[in-house]
Write a protein that binds this ligand. Structure first.
Ligand SMILES: O=P(O)(O)O[C@H]1[C@H](O)[C@@H](O)[C@@H](O)[C@@H](O)[C@@H]1O
Ligand SMILES: [Mg+2]
Ligand SMILES: [Mg+2]
Length: 289
C-alpha cells in the first residue's frame, strides 16, 4: 500500500543531509559559542542556522506543519505538541562535541509518531525509521542486541548540562548503581540521539538519561522501537517524551533492571510554562573556538 508520508520522509532525509553539510563546513572554521541554561549548556550560530534551514525548508513544502525546535524553544517559543503534524528538531545533537571538534554530531528530525531521522554527519550514517516499517542505517535494517543479561551489557548515558550539586549527586548515584550491577561498561557518545541509535544498532544494550529534552530523543525513540527495542520511563511505565526522562533498551528485561537501579528525579518538563523551565537562556558573552 502506498505510504502517504513517503515523500515527506524523503524530504526529511534530504534536509538532514543538507544540515550535515553545513555542520561539516562549520567544523572547518571558527565557531562562536554562547550558553543557555548553564555555563556548560552550549549553543553556536551553526545550531541556530541549521535549525532555521530545516524549518524554512519544511515550511515551504508543508505550510500547515508545526515545529518544536531546540533553539526556537530556547528563544522563547512554546514546546507543545499540537494536533497538526509537528516536527521535533535538534539541529545539532552533540553541540559540545561540535564545539570541541569531537567526532559524533547528529541532526535529528522527527515528524511526531510517523517517522524519525537521525543523521550522523561525520560518519555519514543516516538512521531512519517509519512507524510500522522498520529502522535502517544507510538502508541496512537495524536490530537491537539479543543480550538480555544486564551483567553482560554495555549501557550508555550522559551527564547532561545541569551542574546543581544535588542533581549531579543523583546522576552519579545512578551511575554508581549501574556500574555495580555490574555491567560490562558504560559509554557516552555525547549525543542522546547517537546513544539511542547505538541501541537500535545492537552496539549497546541500553541508554538512559534524566535531563534530556524531547528534541534529543523524539526521532531516535522511533528508531529504537522499530529496531525491536523498548522505551520506558525511569520509574517504569510508558515513556513521556516531554518528561526529560528516558530508558531506551534492547528488551523489557534490561529496561526493568535499570528502573530498579536508577535514582529517579523529575526535572522541569519540556512542556512546562517557560517561567517554570530551568532554561533561563542567560547568554553569556560569545567566545570563538
Ligand atoms: O547537544 P545538545 O543538542 O544540547 O544535546 C545534548 C545535551 O546538551 C546534553 O546535556 C545531553 O543531554 C545529551 O544527551 C544531549 O544529546
Ligand atoms: Mg540535543
Ligand atoms: Mg542540540
Amino acid at each position: 500500500m502506498a505510504d502517504p508520508w513517503e515523500s515527506t520522509m524523503d524530504h526529511a532525509v534530504a534536509i538532514a543531509r543538507k544540515a550535515g553539510e553545513v555542520v561539516r563546513d562549520a567544523l572547518r572554521g571558527d565557531r562562536m559559542v554562547t550558553t543557555k541554561s548553564s555555563a556548560v549548556d552550549l549553543v553556536t550560530q551553526t545550531d541556530q542556522k541549521v535549525e532555521q534551514l530545516i524549518i524554512q525548508s519544511v515550511k515551504e513544502k508543508f505550510p500547515t506543519h508545526r515545529f518544536i525546535g531546540e533553539e526556537s524553544v530556547a528563544a522563547g517559543e512554546s514546546c507543545i505538541l499540537s494536533d497538526s503534524p509537528t516536527w521535533i528538531i535538534d539541529p545539532i545533537d552533540g553541540t559540545t562535541n561540535f564545539v570541541h571538534t569531537h567526532l559524533t554530531v547528529t541532526s535529528t528530525l522527527d515528524l511526531q509518531v510517523e517517522f524519525g531521522v537521525v543523521y550522523s554527519c561525520i560518519e555519514d550514517k543516516m538512521f531512519t525509521a517509519r512507524r510500522g516499517r522498520g529502522a535502517f542505517c544507510n538502508g541496512e535494517p537495524l536490530q537491537v542486541s539479543q543480550q538480555k543479561a544486564v551483567e553482560q551489557a554495555i549501557v550508555a548515558t550522559e551527564f547532561g548540562s545541569d551542574r546543581d550539586p544535588e542533581v549531579v549527586d543523583k546522576i552519579f548515584q545512578s551511575l554508581r548503581n549501574v556500574l555495580c550491577l555490574p555491567v560490562h561498561g558504560v559509554r557516552g557518545a555525547g549525543s542522546a540521539a547517537m546513544n539511542m541509535c547505538l541501541v537500535a544498532s545492537g552496539c549497546v544494550e541500553a541508554y538512559y538519561e534524566i535531563g534530556v529534552h524531547v528534541w534529543d530523543v523524539a526521532a531516535a525513540s522511533l528508531i529504537v522501537s522499530e529496531a525491536g527495542g523498548v522505551l520506558m520511563d525511569v520509574e517504569g511505565g510508558e515513556v513521556d517524551l516531554m518528561s526529560r526522562r528516558i530508558i531506551a533498551a534492547n528488551s523489557k528485561t534490561v529496561a526493568e533492571r535499570l528502573v530498579k537501579t536508577i535514582v529517579a528525579f523529575s526535572p522541569p518538563r519540556d512542556d512546562a510554562a517557560p517561567s517554570d523551565r530551568c532554561e533561563d537562556s542567560t547568554h553569556l558573552s560569545a567566545r570563538k573556538v
